[in-house]
Design a protein around this ligand. Structure first.
Ligand code: UD1
Ligand code: UDP
Length: 375
């Protein structure tokens, strides 16, 4: 009988990074593959499902405005039970470090299924940074049976936690698989969002792309970030700052109130994945606190300033394409201005680097699961 495989995810970045795997498993006759979305994100998840043409078999539809960690966790634990009872998967795939990841991995473990964790082993070893992701990923590692680590550093982190070596497979990150495939599609794509973006940018104008959403930056962190962006825009009137604003109200409110009236700052709706790739490619500098963007930008040769105090993705910092600038206003302004004013530094940081993968992570994961099949 075919092995039953269930993919569970809920937010935008998990969907992007799981999409190549879902496609690969669905194409493989050896497996009975199903997809369960928690919909911890609704609109931002659906944007990704549409682009990759993924139709979930189960949709828990849990999102509420301004949801809490408790409500996300409780709903997933309860609402995954009937899904697991009906489908009875042999293996449940979870991804990364969201609260969907953590709660779904526990629900899967309780059901008796094997848990496969994609993007395993990222660590800061500070349980509140990022919050709650560092703790989510540690909990997920404890209940997982197979650990797909993107890099040797992430494998070493897992070994430090006494995870059995034979269960850790270094694969690269599936974000690069998704990116390389999508970059090709974007080249010839006629997309209304891309046309709208072209309308915001004058042909010779340089673009600074901004994204931000981390929970630990809510409140004072976002105020500092917005004040910094305001000053950068005012100091550099010939540049345009484009910011697709995350739908979390804790982000929307400060961003719109502090940055809403500045002519060379364009606050826009979250972009579909292809339009966002187009915009990353069109940008000179990216300022972000996003995990996924830190992984994608070095592959596109884009310098990244990361508005966080620490990162679980040290590889691109070591390669020199990413600088950690924290969330203090003055430091964000100084580091950004230094990059704008120093073409040599800009050039050095714009070297292409692929520390997170070669586009074959999906194949390595599939091959590993198939090898279990044959065992
Ligand atoms: C979540 C993850 C974070 C991940 C990020 C990616 C947790 C605790 N956080 O953070 O690890 O990096 O997603 O973006 O798992 N909202 C909408 N529509 C959407 C999405 C969100 O309106 O499509 C609003 C809702 O009011 C929702 C709020 O954003 O309650 C917060 O969403 P939530 O998933 O709890 O937190 P994120 O900050 O998005
Ligand atoms: N992204 C997108 N549209 C946007 C902003 C980001 O499709 O408007 C993509 C981006 O390419 C990356 C992912 O979303 O793959 C990152 O998501 P996010 O920053 O929300 O989460 P994180 O990676 O920090 O968990």
């Amino acid at each position: 009988m075919n092995k039953k495989v269930l993919f569970v995810f809920g937010t935008r970045p998990e969907a992007i990074k799981m999409a190549p795997l879902v496609k690969a498993f669905q194409a493989e006759m050896l497996f009975d593959t199903k997809v369960c979305v928690t919909a911890q994100h609704r609109e931002m998840l659906d944007q990704v499902l549409d682009f990759f043409n993924i139709v979930p078999d189960f949709d828990l539809d849990i999102m509420e405005p301004n949801q809490t960690l408790n409500s996300i966790t409780a709903k997933i634990l309860l609402e995954m039970k009937p899904v697991l009872d009906v489908f009875k998967p042999d293996i449940v795939f979870v991804h990364g470090d969201t609260t969907t990841t953590m709660a779904a991995s526990i629900a899967a473990f309780y059901s008796g299924a094997k848990v496969a964790h994609v993007e395993a082993g990222l660590r800061t070893f500070n349980k509140r940074l990022p919050f709650p992701e560092e703790t989510n990923r540690q909990i997920t590692s404890v209940v997982s049976d197979y650990h797909f680590a993107p890099t040797t550093t992430s494998k070493e982190n897992l070994l430090r936690e006494n995870i059995a070596e034979e269960t850790i497979i270094i694969t690269g990150n599936t974000v690069i698989d998704a990116l390389l495939e999508s970059v090709e599609i974007v080249k010839d794509l006629k997309h209304p969002e891309i046309e709208q973006l072209k309308g915001l940018i004058e042909p010779a104008q340089q673009v600074i792309l901004i994204t931000g959403h981390r929970r630990e930056n809510h409140g004072e962190g976002f105020i500092q970030i917005c004040e910094a962006l305001k000053e950068i825009a005012l100091k550099n009137p010939k540049m345009v700052l484009i910011y697709p604003v995350h739908l979390n109200p804790n982000v929307q409110v400060p961003v719109n109130s502090i940055l809403g009236q500045i002519s060379n700052i364009k606050l826009i709706h979250p972009l579909s994945y292809p339009a966002f790739i187009w915009l990353m490619n069109r940008s000179k500098i990216i300022i972000t606190d996003s995990g996924g963007v830190q992984e994608e930008a070095p592959s596109l040769g884009k310098p990244v300033l990361v508005m966080r105090e620490t990162t679980e993705r040290p590889e691109a910092v070591e390669a020199g394409t990413v600088i950690l600038v924290g969330t203090a206003k003055d430091k964000i302004i100084a580091e950004t201005q230094e990059l704008i004013d120093n073409p040599l530094k800009m050039e050095r940081m714009s070297q292409l680097h692929n520390p997170y993968g070669d586009g074959l992570a999906t194949k390595r994961i599939l091959d590993f699961i198939k090898s279990l099949e044959n065992a």
